[in-house]
Unconditional design. Structure first.
Length: 389
């Protein structure tokens, strides 16, 4: 199995109920180990799959991955489960509507299988990117295929239904089992190098969304506050997935790409990122989405990066906002709102800055469709080729 990206964690195991700090790794990494990844979203993948034959898709992916490799990337992170549906053959999730237009349709060809083959052909590592809890951005169950698990679970405590859509309930053991089984089948059936969860966990802080589940917990003599209980539900899922991945192949890495604000993760999404990246048995890496410029008045890039360096005792990558190139940065304040308009080397400078930090082991560029023929992208490519680790 082609595994060359993450070698810093030599032995990983799960100790249930124990809290053991991971020693800080300050070792430098080689050029081969330093991750230079690009996110490829489900809507970008749909541009390759829809209205394509298997031969067409293979040709497009080979061309794309070859170009990414030649421009300096060494990892592709492909979003293969965006809405409780799949861009691969699954026993648990229906075929994605973004794959072949209709959720639950026949899998005309297997996009993930072809992408794995192509990635390794061009010496790219490949990571399966998953959204674990999100089912739909709408609360309309009629939009789901009949074989979607959420249809079977409609009206039960396995789901949270709110204005923003349908979500699997993190409090449900059945949900955790489903998510873990879904990860297991990818690890067992596809030669992926890594698995990544993104930044979506609890959809709301509203106390009503999981009232019946929390009431049942309290009746069973549970003593945690609602917030702590929600965090523990997500913790259990992350532990289960980590353990599942390692039971299949300890060389497959598992990580999370959280939002950049640690306090918001903890109090709003109920994601205890600090626990995950300082104790064994949760993740191999963390990749905060530091989608800000240097002049951002709320979360300036360098200051925010340093805060994550100080917190993370696991492998740390940083996700970068190429998608903001040539656009106004609406929430950056007066000093920062025009930074991506007035400059054409923001991401290049960020890449160069990160290369000087021994505790940062690479970066992820968001996203593939932002790699345009413009000065910002060209400067990024130059920085990727020229920066040393």
């Amino acid at each position: 199995m082609y595994k060359k990206i993450i070698l810093s964690i030599l032995l990983i195991f799960t100790l249930a109920g124990c809290s053991i700090a991971i020693p800080k790794e300050n070792k430098t990494v080689t050029e081969e180990q330093y991750v230079k990844a690009v996110w490829i979203t489900y809507y970008e993948l749909s541009g390759f799959t829809q209205d394509s034959t298997e031969q067409d898709f293979r040709k497009k992916i080979n061309k794309t991955f070859k170009e990414l490799k030649s421009n300096g990337f060494n990892r592709v992170t492909v979003q293969v489960r965006p809405f409780a549906d799949a861009f691969y053959k699954s026993d648990y999730y229906p075929v994605s509507s973004y794959c072949f237009k209709e959720q639950g349709s026949e899998l005309i060809f297997d996009p993930l299988e072809i992408m794995v083959e192509s990635a390794h052909k061009y010496k790219l590592s490949i990571e399966a990117w998953i959204n674990p809890y999100r089912v739909s951005n709408s609360d309309d169950f009629s939009q789901l295929s009949k074989n979607n698990k959420a249809v079977e679970w409609q009206g039960t405590d396995n789901l949270i239904v709110c204005d923003s859509g349908i979500y699997f309930n993190p409090a449900s053991d059945e949900v955790t089992k489903l998510i873990s089984n879904g990860v297991r089948e990818i690890a067992e059936n596809y030669d992926v190098d890594s698995i990544c969860f993104d930044d979506y966990f609890y959809p709301s802080t509203d106390e009503k969304i999981d009232k019946s589940s929390y009431t049942a917990y309290k009746k069973s003599k549970g003593d945690k506050s609602l917030a702590d209980w929600r965090r523990e539900n997500v913790n259990k899922m992350i532990q289960s997935v980590y353990s599942t991945v390692k039971s299949v192949d300890e060389n497959i890495t598992f990580g999370v790409s959280p939002a950049s604000n640690a306090e918001s993760n903890y109090n709003t999404l109920y994601a205890d990122i600090q626990k995950w990246c300082t104790e064994k048995g949760y993740v191999d890496y963390i990749c905060p989405q530091i989608y800000f410029g240097f002049q951002n008045e709320n979360q300036p890039f360098m200051k925010t990066t340093k805060s994550w360096v100080q917190m993370a005792d696991c492998t740390l990558y940083v996700a970068l906002p190429l998608y903001k190139a040539e656009k106004e940065d609406e929430f950056a304040g007066d000093n920062g709102k025009n930074e991506f308009i007035d400059n054409n080397n923001i991401i290049a400078r960020q890449v160069t800055y990160l290369s000087k930090l021994s505790d940062v082991k690479g970066y992820y560029v968001f996203s593939y469709s932002s790699l345009k023929d413009n000065d910002e992208t060209n400067n990024l490519y130059s920085a990727m080729q020229n920066s040393s680790q």
